[in-house]
Design a binder for this molecule. Structure first.
Ligand SMILES: *[C@@H]1O[C@H](CO)[C@@H](O)[C@H](O)[C@H]1NC(C)=O
Ligand SMILES: *[C@@H]1O[C@H](CO)[C@@H](O)[C@H](O)[C@H]1NC(C)=O
Ligand SMILES: *[C@@H]1O[C@H](CO)[C@@H](O)[C@H](O)[C@H]1NC(C)=O
Ligand SMILES: *[C@@H]1O[C@H](CO)[C@@H](O)[C@H](O)[C@H]1NC(C)=O
Length: 393
C-alpha cells in the first residue's frame, strides 16, 4: 500500500511551507498554500487512519463519517501474501470442480472416541439393512474398543493421543477425514463422539445429508470473551479478528469441503500455533471450536449451513452441556428434540445475546437435528427400547 508514502509526502509539504514574513498577516499566495496544505493533510490523515477510529470524523462532521467517506477512494484491500494467494487458488479450484457423482454414494460415519463406544448396539440397529450406503471409521485415542456390532469390527484407523481443547483434537478429525476420503464412494462425512446417538432412521439421515449442497458446520460470531475474546493478533495477517468465528465441533461435511481441509496448511498452522489453551495473558483458545467455523466463514461462507445437525442442550448454563441419564430417556424428550426447527446461538458477553434462525434445508424450514449428545452409557437400554418409535416420528 502506498499510504506510508503519502503520509511522508504530507510531512514534506509542510516543511516546505514558507515561513510567514509578517506576524499576524499572511500574504495572499501563502494563505492559499496553507489552506490547500491543511485540506490535503486532513484528507491524507482520514485516508491513512480509517474513519471509524478517527476522531477527525467527529470534529469535522456532526453526522459521523458517512457523508465524508463518499469523497474518498475506497480503502485499498489488504494485499494477500504468496501463501494466501496459493491457498485460495487451490481452494477455489476444488470448490468449482464439478462433483464426481459415484454410482454408490456413501456416507462416512467418523467416530471420535477415547475407547469403547457405549451406543454401538444402537448404531447397529440404525445401520441394519442399509449395507453399501455407509462406511464406519473409528479413531480410538486411548483404548482399543471391544465391539458388539459387525459394522464396527476392524474399522479402527491408526490413531493418536487426543488432548481436550488442543490441536490434537483437530488432528484426529483430519486423520478421520483423510482415511475416509480414500474411499471415493464416500460423499459426505459425519463426525460423531462416543456420547452421540442417532435421532432418525437411516434413510432420513441419508437423504438429508446427500441431497443438499452444504456442509452442516456450526458457525456464529460471538463478540464475548468465549468468542472473539479468544482471538490473538498473532493470527494476522491471514486471520483477522472480524472473521474469527465459533461453533460446535460436530460437523457433517461434503467431500469437496473435506478435500479443502486436507489441502489447508496455512490457516491450520495459524490455529495450531496461536489458538490453544494457556495462551498469553492466561487466555484459552480451543482450535476445535474455532478453526473450521473461521476457515469456512472466510473461504466458503455460503457453503455451510451455520448450524450443527447434532443437538446438545446448553440450557443449564454450566461449563458442560446436559448429560442425559437413563431416567431422562422418554418418548417426549426425543420428540421434543426432533421437532426443533430453529437453531439458537448464545453469545458469551455479560449481557448474553440470543441469535435464533430457522433451519433451512434447501431453502425450506426443516427439523434441525439428526443426532444428539451427550448421553450417558446407562441410557442405552432405554434408547434401544424406544428406537423404532422415536426415529419414525
Ligand atoms: C446449492 O444449490 C442451490 C440450488 O439447489 C443453489 O441455489 C445454491 O447456490 C447452491 N449453493 C451452493 C453453495 O452451491
Ligand atoms: C451462513 O452464514 C454466512 C455468513 O457468515 C452467510 O453468508 C451464509 O449464507 C449462511 N449460510 C446459509 C446456508 O444460510
Ligand atoms: C418437551 O417440551 C415441552 C414444551 O416445550 C415441555 O413442556 C416439556 O417439559 C418437554 N419435555 C421434556 C421431557 O423435555
Ligand atoms: C410407541 O409409540 C406408540 C404410539 O405413539 C405408543 O403407543 C407406544 O407405547 C410406543 N412404544 C414405546 C415402547 O414407547
Amino acid at each position: 500500500m502506498k499510504s506510508g508514502q503519502a503520509w511522508r509526502l504530507g510531512m514534506k509539504d509542510m516543511q516546505i511551507l514558507p515561513a510567514p514574513r509578517q506576524r499576524g498577516h499572511l500574504k495572499k499566495p501563502t494563505w492559499i498554500i496553507v489552506l490547500v496544505s491543511l485540506v490535503s493533510m486532513f484528507l491524507i490523515c482520514a485516508y491513512v487512519y480509517p474513519p471509524q477510529n478517527s476522531a477527525a470524523c467527529y470534529v469535522f462532521s456532526s453526522n459521523g463519517c458517512k457523508g465524508f467517506q463518499k469523497w474518498l477512494p475506497p480503502a485499498p484491500a489488504r494485499e494477500l501474501t504468496d501463501d494466501e494467494i496459493a491457498s485460495r487458488v487451490v481452494i477455489r479450484d476444488i470448490l468449482n470442480t464439478p462433483r464426481i457423482v459415484s454410482r454408490t454414494p456413501k456416507i462416512a460415519f467418523l467416530f471420535l472416541t477415547p475407547g469403547a463406544l457405549p451406543f454401538e448396539r444402537l448404531w447397529d440397529k440404525f445401520f441394519q439393512g442399509h449395507e453399501g450406503r455407509f462406511s464406519v471409521y473409528v479413531h480410538a485415542s486411548k483404548d482399543k474398543p471391544v465391539h458388539f456390532s459387525r459394522y464396527f469390527i476392524n474399522r479402527e484407523i491408526r490413531s493418536d493421543k487426543v488432548v481436550w481443547g488442543k490441536i490434537s483434537m483437530v488432528d484426529a478429525e483430519r486423520r478421520l477425514l483423510a482415511n475416509a476420503l480414500q474411499d471415493p464412494d464416500n460423499q459426505h462425512f459425519v463426525l460423531l463422539s462416543d456420547s452421540c446417538i442417532p435421532l432418525r432412521e437411516f434413510d432420513f439421515v441419508y437423504n438429508y445429508l446427500m441431497y443438499t449442497n452444504v456442509s452442516f458446520v456450526d458457525c456464529f460470531e460471538d463478540p464475548g470473551p468465549h468468542g472473539s475474546g479468544r482471538y490473538s493478533d498473532h493470527m494476522l495477517p491471514e486471520v483477522e479478528k472480524k472473521d474469527f468465528r465459533k461453533g460446535a465441533q460436530w460437523f457433517t461435511m461434503k467431500r469437496q469441503h473435506a478435500i479443502i481441509i486436507m489441502a489447508d496448511g496455512l490457516y491450520y498452522s495459524k490455529f495450531r500455533d496461536y489458538c490453544k489453551p494457556g495462551m498469553e495473558f492466561g487466555k484459552n483458545c480451543y482450535s476445535d471450536e474455532h478453526y473450521l467455523p473461521t476457515f469456512f466463514h472466510m473461504l466458503d461462507p455460503a457453503g455451510i449451513a451455520n448450524w450443527s445437525v447434532t443437538h446438545v442442550d446448553w440450557s443449564e448454563g454450566k461449563w458442560h452441556p446436559k448429560s442425559y441419564r437413563a431416567q431422562d430417556i422418554t418418548h417426549e424428550l426425543l420428540k421434543n428434540i426432533t421437532s426443533i426447527t430453529e437453531s439458537v446461538h448464545v453469545t458469551s458477553e455479560e449481557v448474553k445475546q440470543t441469535q435464533t434462525r430457522p433451519c433451512l434445508w434447501n431453502g425450506n424450514e426443516r427439523p434441525c437435528y439428526l443426532f444428539a449428545r451427550k448421553f450417558l452409557p446407562e441410557a442405552l437400554e432405554n434408547l434401544l427400547h424406544l428406537f423404532p418409535n422415536y426415529t419414525s416420528i
